[in-house]
Structure formats: structure tokens, C-alpha cells
Design a protein around this ligand. Structure first.
Ligand SMILES: C[S@@+](CC[C@H](N)C(=O)[O-])C[C@H]1O[C@@H](n2cnc3c(N)ncnc32)[C@H](O)[C@@H]1O
Length: 345
């Protein structure tokens, strides 16, 4: 019999073992966040002192097993029996940091993992009833999630969005940008910081704009930002935009032809629309990060996802003269960047 594994590095069994370790990784990360381990390791480093910093009883041997696994997945560093935060944990898992990601991890875990232990039942019975606060099209769901998005945007996505906009030749002369479905609004603010003559418009559901306003105040940018509060299916976009940006939020568009045609009208003649959304391939089987992160939602009937080229197709139909797509790598994996120009440049 031909062995499945050989020493030339071929290892068809790798997916099995990676899959077995996946839930353990997640459990270690989740426990580390819930126990506030990065805050503790910032103060003390021996297992005895760490045990003393934890509430209640602590079993020293099990604490060491857990700390070793934190170090094993890059959340801590062990040296001569003592533990320190890894650079990632130091910047992103200490609660006082501006890019603290712990709450985002717990929030995404609740969303992405809530049905993974019920796959067989949901395959048999179909989608279960979904609580109002778990419905993706519901404002209260976004109100709960969006506050965790601010550190994520601050941790690098805002800069990446601004780099993408900077690379547009139109950016030099642009004076008005709208971020539609902006969440906390840091992407647009990063663009404004780099372009002092530009003004920004943040568009999102009313409760989310309340959160964005706080972020704008914190950044001292209130004089350069205005707001549109409402459902983008029914609320006017305004006009005179040089750039409109939309990332990871167009899933709730109800009538695509009307929506994309309204975007076209809202832009100046030499305006550009930029979209950042996933683009699935392989008949909905790739990229893996999209398929896996959305499985729980899909099983409950919330399969909001764009196919590769789907947004580009809508934009062409809406009258954009030039539409280009390219892949872009985000921390979560590869997504599709779509750049649509109202007039051919
Ligand atoms: C996943 S977040 C993306 C936020 C931000 N664009 C980003 O990429 O980080 C989705 C955003 O879309 C907004 N949204 C959802 N449905 C909307 C609607 N009907 N009208 C306006 N905004 C909506 C949500 O409130 C939320 O802020």
C-alpha cells in the first residue's frame, strides 16, 4: 500500500490534523481573552505569580499546560519557565490598547461558530429561527458588533483602505468622499488625515452613525465630516462625490440595479466607486476563509456573499464606463477590489 505521507514533504493527511487542531487553537485564544491573560502577563511572569493574579483557585500544573499552549500558538513567549506576552498579544490583547482585538474575537466567534456543533441537525432540518439580535440585516446586531470594529479598522484596515484610495489618480484632486456602510468610520478618517482639503461623508444606519460620531470626535475631525443616517436602500445618497467607498457591507442591498444606478448618479462625472468585498469562486467553494467563516450564518439562512465579479457586473449594468477588479490581501484573507469609473479615464 502507498503511504499517504512521505518524507518529500507530501502530506495529504495535513488537512485532517489542521482541522483537529483548529478548535483547540480557538479555545486557547478565547480562554486567554476571557481570562485577561495578556493584562496579567504584562505585570507578572512566573506561573506562581500568574496563579495569584487569577481570581479563585488555580491548579498550577493545568495553568502551565494552558500557558504552554498560548505560547505554542504565538500568544505568549516562554523562557526559563516564565511567560511574557508575544508582540501580538502585547499590542492587541491588552485591554487598554487602542487596537485591542479581544472583544472582536469574542464577537466574531459568537457569530461564526454558533452553529458548528449543530451541522447535522441543520442539514436535516434546515435553517432554525434566528434571534432578532443575530439577524445580519438588523440594526441592533450592527450596534452590538460595530463597536468592536473600531480597533480592527485602527489596527491596519483603515490604513489599507487609505493606501488603496491614495493609489487612485483621481485622489489628488478629490474634494469629497463618502464611505457607505462605514461602521465606526475610521477608514474614511484615515483618508481625510492624509488629504487635508478633502471632506468626508459617513453613511450608515442611525445607531451606527451614533458610534461613528464618537470616533470622529475622538479624532478631532468633526469639522470635516458630515453624516447620512439611514438604510441605504431608501435614504438619499446626496451628490457631488469624487470618491465613494464601500467595504463589506453591500450584502443588504435589496434592488441591485436601482442601488448601483443611484451610486452612479451620486458621483461627479470623473468620480470613482471603490468596493472591497469577498469574491467567491469554484461554485461557492473558495476562498476557504469565506466559506468557513460564513458556514454558521449560511446554515441559518443568512448566506450573504458575493461571487467574484458580481459587483463589477452590477456596476457595468448601472452605466459605469470602466470597471476593473483585482485581488487584495486583508488580514482575513484574499478579497476582491473593484474600481469603477463613471467615465473612461
Ligand atoms: C461588516 S460592517 C463593515 C463596516 C466597514 N465598512 C468595514 O469594512 O469595516 C457592515 C456595515 O454595514 C452597515 N449596514 C448594514 N445594512 C445597512 C443598510 N441597510 N444601510 C446602511 N448601512 C448598512 C452596518 O451597520 C455596518 O456598519
Amino acid at each position: 500500500m502507498t503511504p499517504l505521507f512521505d518524507t518529500n514533504g507530501k502530506n495529504p493527511m495535513a488537512p485532517v490534523f489542521e482541522a483537529l487542531q483548529g478548535p483547540v487553537r480557538m479555545a486557547v485564544l478565547k480562554a486567554a481573552v476571557e481570562m485577561g491573560m495578556a493584562d496579567i502577563l504584562a505585570r507578572v511572569s512566573t506561573p506562581e505569580d500568574i496563579a495569584a493574579a487569577l481570581p479563585g483557585e488555580t491548579d498550577l500544573a493545568n495553568l502551565t499546560h494552558f500557558l504552554d499552549s498560548m505560547a505554542g500558538i504565538g500568544l505568549a513567549v516562554k523562557h526559563e519557565g516564565s511567560y511574557l506576552n508575544s508582540p501580538f498579544a502585547e499590542t492587541s490583547l491588552r485591554t487598554e490598547r487602542p487596537v485591542y482585538l479581544g472583544d472582536m474575537v469574542l464577537n466574531l466567534s459568537r457569530m461564526q461558530h454558533r452553529n458548528i456543533h449543530k451541522i447535522e441537525a441543520l442539514v436535516q432540518g434546515g435553517p432554525p429561527p434566528v434571534k432578532k439580535e443575530d439577524r445580519l440585516a438588523d440594526e441592533s446586531k450592527w450596534q452590538a458588533s460595530v463597536k468592536h470594529l473600531a480597533p480592527y479598522q485602527r489596527a491596519g484596515i483603515a490604513a489599507l483602505a487609505a493606501d488603496t484610495i491614495d493609489a487612485l489618480p483621481e485622489c489628488k484632486s478629490a474634494s469629497k468622499i463618502m464611505d457607505i456602510g462605514c461602521g465606526p468610520g475610521l477608514m474614511c478618517m484615515e483618508v481625510l488625515k492624509r488629504h487635508p482639503a478633502m471632506e468626508g461623508v459617513l453613511f450608515d444606519l442611525p445607531a451606527i452613525i451614533g458610534l461613528a460620531e464618537k470616533e470622529v470626535e475622538k479624532e478631532g475631525m468633526a469639522s470635516r465630516v458630515s453624516y447620512i443616517k439611514g438604510d441605504y436602500n431608501t435614504t438619499e445618497f446626496g451628490d457631488g462625490y469624487d470618491i465613494i467607498w464601500a467595504s463589506h457591507n453591500l450584502y443588504y442591498v435589496k434592488e441591485a440595479p436601482a442601488f448601483f444606478s443611484r451610486l452612479h448618479t451620486a458621483l461627479n462625472d470623473d468620480g470613482v466607486f471603490v468596493s472591497l468585498h469577498e469574491g467567491t469562486t469554484g461554485e461557492g467553494t473558495a476562498p476557504e476563509h469565506v466559506v468557513l467563516s460564513r458556514l454558521s450564518l449560511a446554515l441559518e439562512g443568512q448566506n450573504y456573499v458575493f461571487k467574484k465579479g458580481e459587483i463589477a457586473e452590477h456596476l457595468r449594468s448601472a452605466g459605469f464606463e470602466s470597471v476593473e477588479t483585482s485581488p487584495l490581501t486583508l488580514p482575513v484573507g484574499e478579497v476582491e477590489l473593484t474600481i469603477a469609473r463613471k467615465q473612461r479615464g
